[in-house]
Design a protein around this ligand. Structure first.
Ligand code: CP
Ligand code: NVA
Length: 306
């Protein structure tokens, strides 16, 4: 079997994404029923974190352990990625000890170095550029809740044109969706990725700076205004983003049964108000739970266990 990694959403074809949904649904049932399911018996996963995490760490560790394996958490100070040791040396090292590597890093080049130098599957747990496990989770959550193939759904992201948006754009080059990304000028998503999405001709893509584009949306998605590594820019950013807050006035223009989504962690009262994130339209904890199930599906698929 060829070595497979999950570095970007489009490492999977359209049919494989639907296959991931089926596997995730199956393992979700098994996990909830506490079934005995041990495909990773005697195997280990190295989990390398250069940035903080709650969901990614706990969902990977819980999932891999439940499936019979041993997951090893490495905190930023354990590894000193780029300071104490290079990504390429670590990739070669952990390929000798472990059966799979998951890494959350700052520079996207680091995850590419892991991909290039590892001889075991590598999973991207977020970089400054993208977050494939999150967006595969999000589209799975929409698939579950809207019972649809998405083509007639209007998915609107509002906020910083960050790693989350770049991943939505990459998804839109594989699956047909209507995707609008709304950001203040100067905070648009990566140009090359916008071009990739538009040139694929698969989806309807709009990059906008107008909150009017939230009108009639089926999904309203937001994320923090300053990502990890940018937190010291927040005071400056608040000035640019204040009219892009997801609040009850803004979502009153969305469809009545719209879904509110957020990858979490949320900075409540900043990019989203409590009345929206705690409303009946909000599915943020369904998303968070599904990280576990889609990642289990990804690990099963790329390791050839399924
Ligand atoms: N959504 C997400 O990746 O959360 P963590 O940063 O807590 O892992
Ligand atoms: N854009 C956020 C996502 C966190 C899951 C960040 O990179 O900090």
């Amino acid at each position: 079997m060829n070595l497979r990694h999950c570095i970007k959403v489009d490492d999977f074809s359209k049919s494989e994404i639907f296959e991931l949904f089926e596997i995730a649904s199956e393992v979700k049932k098994k996990f909830r029923n506490k079934e005995n399911f041990k495909p990773f018996q005697d195997l280990s996963l190295a989990m390398i974190f250069a940035k903080p995490s709650a969901r990614t760490r706990v969902s990977f560790e819980t999932g891999f352990s439940w499936m019979g394996g041993h997951a090893i958490y490495l905190a930023p100070q354990d590894i000193g990625l780029g300071k104490r040791e290079t990504a390429s040396d670590l990739a070669q090292l952990f390929s000798r000890y472990n059966d799979m590597i998951m890494a959350r890093v700052f520079s996207h080049n680091d995850i590419l170095d892991f991909e290039k130098n590892a001889t075991v599957p590598v999973i991207n747990g977020l970089t400054d550029y993208n977050h494939p496990c999150q967006i595969l989770t999000d589209i799975f959550t929409i698939w579950e809740l809207k019972k649809s193939n998405f083509d007639h759904l209007k998915i609107v992201y509002i906020g910083d044109g960050n790693n989350i948006v770049n991943s939505w754009l990459r998804l839109s080059s594989i699956l047909p969706i209507e995707f609008i990304s709304i950001s203040p000028e100067g905070f648009y998503p990566d140009n090359t990725t916008v071009d990739l999405a538009k040139n694929s001709g698969i989806s309807s893509i709009k990059i906008s700076n107008s909150i009017d584009d939230v009108k009639n949306s089926d999904v309203v998605y937001t994320d923090v205004w300053a990502s990890m590594g940018q937190k010291d820019e927040i005071d400056e950013r608040i000035k640019s983003f204040s009219s892009y807050q997801v609040n009850s006035k803004l979502v009153s223009t969305a469809k009545p049964d719209y879904l509110f989504m957020h990858c979490l962690p949320a900075e409540r009262g900043r990019e989203v108000t409590n009345d929206v994130i705690d409303s009946k339209n909000s599915v943020v904890f369904e998303q968070a739970e599904n990280r576990l199930h889609i990642q289990n599906a990804i690990m099963l698929k790329i390791s050839g266990k399924i």
